[in-house]
Design a protein. Structure first.
Length: 518
């Protein structure tokens, strides 16, 4: 195969092409459930937040304030740029360890894996900043261990500490990177001496300082974030079937034709163990990456065995660090002339583009439902990416936002719907999420401040459920009608609207900090 581009040029083609695709998707489809939720709660700046550390919410807050817009593509742009940076760092890391073309293949395969190239690569999620920071840390560590024969400059350790801290400000997963580094150092005979130098400990200290806003916020709120996240790992039994299902879900999210060789490279690197001598530099590099990536892959997979909650993307930060091994494997396969590798690479790119086009176009228009309505008898998952853009206008048409009806605040009894409503209403009215799982909405307003005021209540539930649930907290709860939510002019689902008068100023909120405001 003739070489047309240099490795650097090929990497830039991947970065630019991938960024254009993600910008197109960001402009054509609405924000997902988590995206509207974090956009809504990010309007109120906080040292940290209930669900996750604050970095991605700070990015959203800053973008909205600088641009004056909460348009989906505007908010997603910093995350798309972060993934472009992650791709470049993937290329540089792999090129340093295994060669320039290995870096190109690692960058390409990263970009055509669904969990990285679609969701992590451009959505308003903590994964984007986390991946960038992790790649920055590992690049700095690889510079320490594999690019210099003498000495370990302290500034590299300090820089690694800064990015590790920023990673912790993105997602708690970053702590597993430090644990993986310790495993690598303690198991590698020629690296153990690093543990008696100041560098690693100064890096951890710097990371702790950068991470301190999360600790301060949690100290003021009963350590609620750590309690919430820790509860997801609770032991409830022995479930081998659940673990196998989780592994299958990982394969689907990564894409099976990429996940299988990726998992094989990880398993092979782990099974060979630490390098047997200082001269086996190839295995030392493999062991380095496998140790750093093992935490999320092993921990969150095994946790499902005892019944812990296991979302399929939780292992992704670990797989991120195995892509350099896959990039190196591709160069070796091509070197020995495996023609099937060309077919596999071409298929991987084509399949990713096809999936992105089909899912993106359906989410924007709903066209697949018109072609195959039988596939959607249980509902359409793409509804969760609708912005509910028609809601304000439809409420106005029904006279629910004019001066004839005094509305002081909004209520939803589901954090998902609360995020959708608060986002599209632009924060013009305060919103209370009155449920036993309000997530960060519980920390944004004190129900006592709304005593004696009137609320517009919106739900995707039945009239009886809402009136029974909220009647004790209002003088009256009156049904006001059913509002359709449209996609491209077609009604997709309905929201029921109620009017609550004279709020009593209390609600039994969860998380232990609030009690009843009376």
């Amino acid at each position: 195969m003739p070489v047309i581009l240099s490795p650097v040029s090929a990497t830039w083609v991947i970065i630019i092409g991938g960024s254009i695709l993600r910008l197109a998707l960001g402009a054509s489809i609405g924000l997902g459930v988590d995206e509207t939720y974090v956009t809504a709660v990010a309007r109120q700046f906080s040292l940290s937040y209930f669900d996750h550390p604050p970095l991605h919410l700070w990015l959203i807050w800053l973008t909205a304030h600088v641009t004056g817009s909460e348009n989906s593509v505007v908010l997603r742009l910093p995350f798309i740029l972060l993934f472009a940076g992650t791709t470049w760092l993937m290329y540089r890391l792999t090129a340093r360890l295994f060669g320039e073309w290995a870096g190109v293949w690692a960058a390409l395969l990263l970009n055509v894996s669904a969990v990285f190239g679609l969701t992590g690569g451009g959505w308003l999620l903590p994964d984007g900043p986390l991946m960038f920071c992790m790649m920055a840390v590992v690049n700095l560590l690889s510079e320490q261990f594999f690019s210099r024969d003498k000495g370990q400059p302290l500034f590299l350790w300090l820089a690694a500490g800064v990015f590790l801290g920023l990673g912790l400000l993105s997602k708690y997963h970053a702590a597993l990177l430090a644990f993986g580094l310790f495993i690598y150092l303690i198991t590698s005979k020629d690296r153990r001496k690093v543990l008696v130098t100041a560098g690693p400990y100064l890096a951890v200290l710097v990371a702790f300082i950068v991470f301190s806003p999360v600790l301060l916020w949690n100290a003021q709120h009963g350590w609620v974030s750590f309690v919430f996240q820790g509860s997801r790992g609770a032991v409830s039994g022995f479930y081998p079937g659940k673990m196998l299902g989780n592994i299958a879900g990982q394969a689907v999210w990564v894409l099976p034709w990429i996940w299988l060789p990726l998992a094989w490279q990880f398993a092979k690197g782990i099974s060979r163990g630490p390098a047997s001598s200082r001269f086996d530099r190839l295995q030392d590099k493999r062991w380095f990456l496998c140790c750093l990536g093992a935490g999320p892959i092993v921990l969150f997979t095994l946790a499902t065995l005892w019944g812990a909650q296991g979302l399929f993307h939780w292992q992704a930060p670990g797989y991120l660090l195995i892509f350099p091994l896959l990039g190196y494997a591709v160069t070796e396969w091509l070197r020995i002339g495996r023609r099937s590798v060309h077919v596999w690479l071409t298929f991987s790119v084509a399949a990713f583009l096809t999936i992105a086009t089909l899912l993106g176009s359906h989410t924007a228009t709903g066209w697949i439902k018109n072609v195959k309505p039988v596939w959607f008898t249980q509902g359409d998952p793409s509804w969760e990416a609708l912005n509910w853009s028609s809601l304000p206008g439809t409420l106005a048409e029904h006279g629910l936002l004019d001066s004839s009806l005094k509305v002081d605040f909004l209520i939803s009894q589901n954090w998902i719907d609360a995020g959708k409503i608060d986002y599209i209403m632009g924060g013009r009215l305060p919103l209370l999420c009155l449920t036993n799982e309000p997530h960060h909405f519980a920390f944004m307003h004190n129900p006592a401040d709304f005593r004696g005021k009137n609320a517009l209540i919106m739900e995707r539930r039945s009239v009886d459920e809402v009136q029974k649930g909220l009647a004790p907290y209002f003088e009256t709860v009156e049904f006001k009608g059913i509002i359709p939510i449209y996609r491209r002019g077609q009604p997709e689902f309905e929201v029921t609207v109620y009017y609550g008068q004279n709020f009593k100023g209390y609600y039994p909120l969860p998380y232990g900090f609030s009690g009843r405001f009376e």
